[in-house]
Ligand binder design. Structure first.
Ligand code: NAD
Length: 353
């Protein structure tokens, strides 16, 4: 049987989209390692559960013994590392959890990966990849007229989340430069689509708009993000693994820069259209500006020209239609949202990346 891809954090928003794609389109065996933290959604992999090509281990990527056993047992051809703490607001409230997972646990995973890789034969070593999935937030903030980030943009992270991801990118780079581990790093702009934990901007606003609750928007809401559909990101990641060159970095972006306030307005319009307007007026009336997030980056945007050229990647979803479909998906997933709200999380945070 073909050696599997080991995916870490595969029960999260992007990892689960990646696994669904790998099982559906490539029919590649996948081993998913996830510690099932608060943002994990095993429901997003319901169909995978009975697929003979899919295996799951509940483990922390920082547990060296557990990872050593999993690597020895499954002998993966590649590791795609999604596992991370990912919410900027949580990183402001509790930065050490981000340093622990995104830096410490990633470093321990790299140590175990290197040991495993050194034990492979020459052909398997050459074919192996450690693919680290990262964010464009490592590059800091852009001014209104700056060109978008590229792979050559110097790192200037502003939030504890971004700093911890930047540190992990540097570790991965060093494991390539120092030990020769065949690595890939991809830095992507904000993702949207199904199964995102509803503390992030888009699902949070959909849930609140549907419930007729206030829609808290940071500051003036003019912070600009470049949005990419999660399935387009998953496609780009699959191409990077297949065609990317060891030691290289690839940026992914949606070429869809939108201010947060305009995202929220578009969500309100779609929810009004689907559920009918509220008696009190349109849902845009629910928008409530609140004090800005400390250190809030004003603008992110990524130039994906290298990924387009070198990997042959093109996003398939336009933001406007992709957002409408995403709103429809969350409205239809009301039970899932309600369960998360009841069981795991009071939907009070403000979201955005
Ligand atoms: P998520 O928060 O939805 O999921 C993270 C998953 O990782 C969860 O299932 C969690 O249980 C798991 N996890 C966390 N720590 C772990 C550990 N120590 N061991 C094992 N599993 C662990 O995150 P996401 O939005 O899917 O993001 C995935 C990756 O993509 C992250 O590395 C993130 O930095 C990066 N990224 C995200 C975006 C975005 O817009 N969401 C954009 C660019 C890059």
């Amino acid at each position: 049987m073909t050696a599997p891809i080991l995916v870490t954090g595969g029960c999260g928003f992007i990892g689960s989209a990646y696994i669904r794609r790998a099982l559906r389109s490539a029919r590649r065996p996948v081993v998913n390692v996830d510690k099932l933290g608060y943002a994990a959604n095993p429901e997003a992999l319901e169909d995978a559960r009975t697929d003979p090509l899919y295996a799951f281990h509940k483990a922390d990527i920082g547990e060296r013994g557990a990872m050593r056993d999993i690597l020895a047992r499954h002998k993966p051809a590649a590791i795609v590392n999604f596992a991370a703490e990912t919410h900027v607001d949580r990183s402001i409230d509790g930065p050490l959890a981000f340093v622990e997972t995104n830096v410490g646990a990633t470093a321990r995973l790299l140590v175990e990966t290197l040991d495993y890789w050194r034990g492979l034969d020459a052909a398997a070593q050459a074919a192996f990849r450690f693919h680290h999935v990262s964010t464009d937030e490592v590059f800091g903030a852009l001014g209104p007229d700056d060109p978008p980030f590229t792979e050559a943009t110097p790192y200037a992270p502003n939030s504890p989340y971004a700093a911890s991801k930047a540190a992990s990118d540097h570790l991965v780079r060093a494991w390539h430069a120092t030990y020769g581990l065949p690595t890939l790093v991809t830095n992507c702009s904000n993702n949207y689509g199904p199964w995102q934990f509803p503390e992030k901007l888009i699902p949070l606003m959909i849930a609140k708009a549907a419930a007729g609750e206030a829609l808290p928007v940071y500051g003036d809401g003019r912070q600009v993000r470049d949005w990419l559909h999660v399935d387009d990101h998953a496609h780009g990641l699959a191409l990077a693994l297949e065609r990317g060159r060891p030691g290289e970095v690839y940026a992914f972006g949606g070429d869809a820069e939108v201010a947060n306030i305009d995202v929220v307005r578009a969500i309100c319009a779609r929810v009004d259209a689907k559920l009918g307007p509220r008696a009190e007026g349109p849902r845009t009336d629910l928008i409530a500006h609140v004090a800005d997030r400390p250190g809030h980056d004003r603008r992110y945007a990524s130039d994906a020209a290298k990924a387009q050229r070198a990997l042959g990647w093109r996003p398939a979803h336009a933001f406007a239609t992709g957002l409408d479909a995403t709103v429809d998906w969350y409205l239809a997933a009301g039970d899932w949202l309600a369960r998360i709200k009841a069981e795991r999380y009071a939907l009070g945070r403000l979201g955005a990346g």
